[in-house]
Design a protein around this ligand. Sequence first.
Ligand SMILES: [Zn+2]
Ligand SMILES: [Zn+2]
Length: 460
Amino acid sequence: MPTTKQYVNLPTSVPNPERGSTRALQVTPNTVPNVNPGDRLEWWIEPAPGNTDSIYLSPAQRPRLQFNETAITVASGKFENSITFPPSGGDKFVVKVAKKGDRANFLQTDEFETWRKIYYTVHYMGADSQNLFNSLKGKFEGAFLEGFVELQQIQMVATATQMARVDATTQAQLGRPQFHFMRDPPNGVIGLRPFGSGALADKPHHVALLVVPDIYRVEEKPYAQPTIRAVTGTKNFAFKLHLDPGDPLAFVYRATVSWPGRLALDVRDKLAVTGVPTRVSSVMTWDLNTVPGLTNHLAAAPANNFNLDIKVIAESTVMGYSVANFCIVRTIDGSTDVLQTFTHEVGHGVGQTVEKESRWDGPGNALSAEHNPNWHTDPYGGRGPHCTTNAVLQAAPVSAGLTTGQWYQYGGAGHLCTMYFSGESHVEPDGKFCPACVPRLKRFNLESASMNTRRWDYFG
Ligand SMILES: [Zn+2]
Ligand SMILES: [Zn+2]
């Protein structure tokens, strides 16, 4: 009997019995050896030897049958039961039945293998982006198949507009990215809820991928100078100020001066960018001599001072990022980087990599968590959780801005994992997960709380 794939993360669906973590079972009486009307049937599951160790499965997640024995169901004239699958992928189960007390003469019914399915829609900006994605599709899907996660493409959609770069704004006060490009045309390009009106079918496990030529992250950075007396000044920033040929003040979001009796005078037009900003260096100058009343206020008493409060707008290039069930990558880096960024970002989307995993003993009592020795997070480079396979800690440059002063760099042997924190020539070229991550990808529960807190269901 062929193995049936069961997609345990998908919502249960009556017309699609392969979806969901439980599945109804039926056995016709005269197919089971020695069974006569009125007999009871024994049911049991035989798990395959390589299945996920039950130490990683809570009692509620463990595979089981609804009943260990059943009488015939009068309405259907069949023996009925149901099986509950674990959330892990790649586990195989054979269901067997026999007349009660006659296990030796069993009937093997179904053989199941657990899978997880994630639907995806590609939004591409221009034919080059479309062709590049299509050339990578097999490897992109292949990287996840190793963890028994099946990616299924639903749609390929052209963006409404083509642009040289796509910017997203991070509003620091809200801590929430503002995706202007998510709106409907003409102001946006992909039109996905909640910013646009488009919806994704087959939620909640549906990810939207956006492939564009280049990506910038644009965000506000505060700079305050309290109780100063100097009306001119210079500030060096270790990032690129946002410039726009059409707006000479594009680099400043807000600039005010205040002193007792004068609140928040707008001084944006007193600021300027000097020289040409680079990725790691910008110079801003200001001259407040013409601010009404300021020089008189300072001259009135040596102790008089004022506050200068500025929010500048910084921009940085990024290879890609993911937020909830949305992922954006740029093509400017070439196909290998696009593939690695896709598997990396969707890897984040499915909860890779984890810091620790919960464990339970045979009877189901909670044990201590198992820590992932390759897990690291922001203090050692990158944003969010990452993998250190084949990397070692080295001194980091100050420009990396790391509190530890150290980051993980290639150790000299083997491939880095696709969940390594940055684009690097030693990352596995097919965008694959490392041998330490694959087993976790395989047993990761797509319905877990960490998935929900990432708001996997957010867009569309
Ligand atoms: Zn990452
Ligand atoms: Zn890894």
